[in-house]
Write a protein that binds this ligand. Structure first.
Ligand code: GLU
Length: 494
């Protein structure tokens, strides 16, 4: 049946040879949105034919973080009430059977070339300045020669016969018309290795056919693979799915995102651990290369499903920009109801010693900083001054603020009034500071507030000072810190 009339079926097909990374996650997002937009189905398949590099820890990570991102697949083997991924390794017999049929119909052949032979070929090509490629030598081996190789114990691989030169073309749903010359494909590609394992390009075609995939959406690093795969579809006498290749993701310096260069920052798990919300990351990944027609940047998954269109996905590389992601995450954190935010934030308090405070005070602290957070892991740094530890007042940018007569005056006045701050709410605390200031001749708010802020927090900036005082009051810390600051600046003076 032609893909034109079929119900849309797409898939994400990661290899479990690494943790879920931003590139695969974005591909998953696009497949998912495309499936939902077209009322189709989204399938998850693990391409685990690379036995040496595949690892169950990677598999579990991929499953966990696809789900965390809100990307759920519509079918798969039953694993106790939910769907597991489909797996390629469970189909080896099937791939081999189809490859053997291609040999029988003379579209593929057994290639007996040894690893040493191929290494020598590569070396000769390099020495002569030629691009390295397989020279299709196995095609021309006689029956008799093949028998001799068999007798020697050589185990052949299976290669597809590729006509050269020839142009393979398709109309890419993202990039438009693409043409690849078969001379650039590196020679007749292997379908099944001598170990009996199907290679990616063959297994992926067979799987996509078996799963009736109508649209293959993936990164543009697969463009040459697509040309090979089209040739395999042809050899199998099957129609191709539609193809869409998304431009790769680069960093702000236009370097391709990679584990080697960017470390953990390419892994989705890093963002969960650092306290990014899945809906923020989903939104960010979607809009990285896809723009809503009304220019709207913040949107829900439902809005994205409604609007998603591969024709509107950019052909140019996407730029991963942490500052922009922070902006998205800040928006989603701010939008959380206080209760939800508090529950999500609590685990990030574990390295702070806040035993002095009751639950409601902790919640007040959290809500104090909520609107300014880029991610939840910033909480620790932003709340350290609530810990019962001395504040470092000797930092070069804050010390001069304390060492003035006006600062000493307000610190002294605050100490005289410190008991009055107990049990005040923040508007009342603010009114009290203002009153102290006004009745003692303070004209500028900065002269009044800055020394207090610095004494209590060791910082020049931060949330509303009266709210900080309200939380600190009752812990004894207000008095202790005002005294410390005053003593320090008096020592200097004397
Ligand atoms: N296993 C391939 C990868 O992770 C899948 C590519 C495809 O979607 O066909 O890149």
């Amino acid at each position: 049946m032609s893909t034109q009339h079929q119900k849309v079926r797409v898939r994400i097909a990661p290899s479990p040879t690494g943790y879920l990374h931003l590139g695969t996650a974005r591909t998953a997002v696009y497949n998912y949105l495309y499936a939902k937009h077209n009322h189709g189905r989204f399938v998850f398949r693990l391409e685990d034919t690379d036995e040496e590099r595949s690892n169950d820890a990677y598999t579990q990570d991929i499953i966990k973080y696809l789900k965390w991102l809100g990307i759920n697949w519509d079918e798969g083997p039953d694993i106790g009430g939910s769907y597991g991924p489909y797996r390629q390794t469970q189909k080896e017999e099937h791939y081999r059977k189809l490859a053997n049929e291609l040999v029988a119909s003379k579209k593929a052949y057994f290639c007996y070339a040894t690893q040493d032979e191929l290494a020598k070929l590569k070396e000769d090509q390099q020495n002569s300045g030629l691009p390295s490629r397989y020279d299709n030598r196995g095609r021309f081996v006689s029956e008799k020669q093949a028998q001799e190789y068999e007798a020697e114990g050589r185990i052949p691989c299976i290669r597809l016969i590729v006509e050269e030169p020839r142009v393979v073309s398709w109309n890419d749903l993202i990039k438009g018309p693409i043409s690849i010359n078969t001379q650039d494909l590196g020679g007749d590609p292997v379908l099944v290795k001598s170990s009996g394992m199907a290679v990616y390009n063959f297994a992926v075609v067979v799987d996509d056919l078996d799963m009736e995939i109508t649209d293959v959406i993936r990164g543009e690093d697969h463009i040459h693979n697509t040309a090979k795969q089209i040739l395999i579809y042809e050899a199998l006498g099957k129609e191709c799915p539609r193809f869409a290749h998304a431009a790769l993701i680069f960093d702000a310096e236009k370097q391709k995102l990679s584990k080697r260069k960017h470390g953990e920052f390419v892994h989705i798990s890093k963002y969960e651990k650092d306290g990014y919300l899945p809906q923020a990351l989903f939104n960010y990944l979607t809009q990285m290369s896809f723009t809503m027609s009304n220019g709207q940047e913040i949107f829900t998954q439902e809005e994205a499903i409604e609007a998603f269109d591969l024709a509107k996905v950019s052909k140019s590389p996407a730029i991963f920009d942490l500052t922009k992601l922070n902006w998205f995450n800040n928006h989603y954190l701010r939008a959380l109801p206080a209760n939800d935010f508090e529950n999500l934030a609590k685990p990030y308090l574990k390295d702070l010693s806040l035993d002095k405070y009751e639950g409601p005070k902790i919640n007040q602290m959290l809500n104090l900083i909520k609107d300014g957070l880029n991610n939840l892991s910033e909480i620790k740094e932003q709340l350290t001054y609530f810990e019962p530890k001395p504040i470092d007042l000797n930092q070069s940018e804050i010390r001069p603020i304390l060492d003035t007569d006006s600062a000493r005056k307000i610190l002294r006045l605050m100490l005289e009034n410190v008991d009055k701050f107990k049990n005040l709410d923040s508007p009342a605390a603010k009114a009290l500071i203002d009153e102290i200031g006004l009745s003692n001749g303070f004209k500028k708010n900065k002269e009044l507030y800055m020394p207090i802020r610095v004494a209590l927090t060791g910082r020049l900036h931060g949330p509303d000072l009266s709210k900080i005082i309200t939380i600190l009051s009752g812990s004894g810390l207000v008095q202790e810190r005002l005294e410390n600051a005053l003593n320090l600046t008096l020592q200097i003076k004397s």
